[in-house]
Design a protein around this ligand. Structure first.
Ligand code: CA
Length: 216
């Protein structure tokens, strides 16, 4: 999953980006409104964390412009618990909001919930034949036994599982699993797919020649 954080408080931006990376997200950041909007419109993020008070363009305006082209789930960060702000955010197309200062675990849980909702997944548990994913714990079991996946392998499985039945192109996978700071070579994707198949069964991820990958 790839997230964008638009926040001008540098300490908060840095700590949020680090926390999300530790949770396995690919993370892009922007510390002002115009850069944030540019990224938000240009990339199909799985979720955006959007501060309200920003230099250059505020969060309301970013949200308004973004909603003209994209349905990306947006979690807004508001400075005070003002009903007026919450109503304005939700009416303006925000999917959720948190009041600063917020609890990091709550933010992570709300982010997971937004991503699940977009993928029509009612819970954190995804069962695919003998394979079960726990998207909160980021754990995978095969026939009830824990399987050790690397962070990249897990992210690959999670993204395909969230889009079960859809053929996902290689370029979609690159867009959602890697961020602007990643410089991995393109053949690494094949290595990750190959390793997942060794661990979860060779038929678990299907290759659709010329199209991409799919979990049925
Ligand atoms: Ca701010």
């Amino acid at each position: 999953m790839r997230a964008l954080i638009i926040e001008d408080e540098v300490d908060l931006l840095t700590s949020l980006a680090q926390a999300l990376r530790e949770e396995g997200y690919a993370v892009d950041t922007a510390d002002n409104g115009p850069d944030g909007l540019f990224n938000a419109e240009g990339i199909d993020y799985d979720a955006i964390i959007l501060d309200v008070m920003l230099p250059g363009m505020d969060g309301w305006e970013i949200l308004r412009r973004l909603r003209a082209s994209r349905k990306t789930p947006v979690l807004m960060l508001t400075a005070r618990d003002q009903t007026r702000d919450r109503v304005r955010g939700l009416d303006g197309g925000a999917d959720d909001y948190l009041v600063k200062p917020f609890d990091l675990d709550e933010l992570l849980a709300r982010l997971r919930a937004l991503i699940r909702r977009r993928a029509d997944q009612p819970t954190n548990r995804i069962v695919i034949g003998p394979v079960t994913l726990d998207t909160a714990a980021r754990q995978v079991t095969l026939n009830g036994g824990a399987v050790a996946l690397t962070a990249r392998e897990y992210s690959l499985v999670e993204f395909l599982a969230m889009h079960r039945g859809e053929v996902i192109t290689r370029s979609q996978l690159y867009d959602h699993l890697f961020d602007e700071t990643d410089t991995s070579l393109s053949n690494l994707l094949d290595v990750h797919v190959s390793n997942v198949r060794k661990k979860l069964g060779f038929g678990f991820i299907e290759t659709r020649r010329g199209h991409g990958y799919c979990i049925e």
